[in-house]
Design a protein around this ligand. Structure first.
Ligand SMILES: [Fe+2]
Ligand SMILES: [Fe+2]
Length: 240
């Protein structure tokens, strides 16, 4: 079968094969779950504990943007008459992706999460560039711009910690060690039959392995750029 590359409007959804319907629903539901999963980890604890009033405002703003991304993913499902608002009250232990089950005890965790996990988020969203589900293009540009802002804020905060002295640098390194491994796992198994089907239906562009390889090539210099050491990749070998 040649790769599918028509544009599917919501009114055509039920005419599509069941596999397409299932994959698109799954993709949008997981993305919605990830978007709201971040705020569920940090809003309660960090919004009013971030180091300065500027940082508190930034945490609140990032959370508002993530909630908006979730809202947009739920709206894309709503256009298909699918209601997945149940994810809003899902316990953290039931999140689709392990990264969103973790704790964030230090400010360095918040920073490393921004630089490394929002970066995986950017990769997941970039998979939807040129998606065969047409309405995605109405939202994707803004979401991706905002993700880039979250990533660079995390990067700035890590750099600030590194420059603050030994204690800050150690916390930053420990956080990067933790979230780097979590981030590599988020790309999923290298041999994934489902990813091939996503690609076939024009719902994703890269295999898990390709995306992970590109991610590594992009984030390793970021980690070194803030003055930290790139963690051992073998620690993230859950995906192999
Ligand atoms: Fe987001
Ligand atoms: Fe984000």
């Amino acid at each position: 079968m040649a790769q599918f590359n028509d544009k599917v409007e919501p009114m055509d959804f039920t005419k599509m094969p069941k596999e397409y319907q299932d994959l698109l629903t799954r993709l949008l539901t997981i993305q919605a779950d990830c978007e709201i999963g971040g705020p569920h980890i940090y809003v309660d604890h960090w919004t009013l504990r971030a180091p300065t009033v500027d940082d508190q405002w930034r945490v609140a703003r990032i959370a508002a943007e993530e909630i908006d991304h979730c809202r947009k993913m739920l709206r894309l499902l709503g256009l298909l008459d699918i209601d997945r608002s149940d994810i809003l009250t899902r316990p953290r232990s039931k999140r689709e992706v392990d990264a969103f089950k973790e704790d964030m005890p230090t400010w360095a965790d918040f920073a490393a999460f921004g630089m490394l996990i929002d970066k995986v988020g950017e990769y997941q969203l970039e998979e939807m560039n040129g998606s065969t589900y047409r309405p995605i293009e109405d939202y994707l540009g803004q979401i991706l711009r905002e993700e880039k802002g979250h990533i660079s804020y995390g990067q700035q905060q890590l750099e600030k910690l590194v420059k603050s002295g030994d204690e800050g640098r150690e916390q930053a390194q420990a956080a990067v060690d933790k979230w780097y491994t979590v981030g590599l796992d988020m790309f999923g198994q290298s041999q994934s039959a489902r990813t091939e089907r996503y690609i076939e239906w024009g719902l994703k562009r890269r295999t898990n392995e390709e995306a992970r390889r590109q991610y590594i090539a992009e984030v390793d210099p970021l980690i070194e750029g803030v003055g930290l050491v790139v963690p051992d990749k073998l620690k993230g070998r859950k995906y192999l």
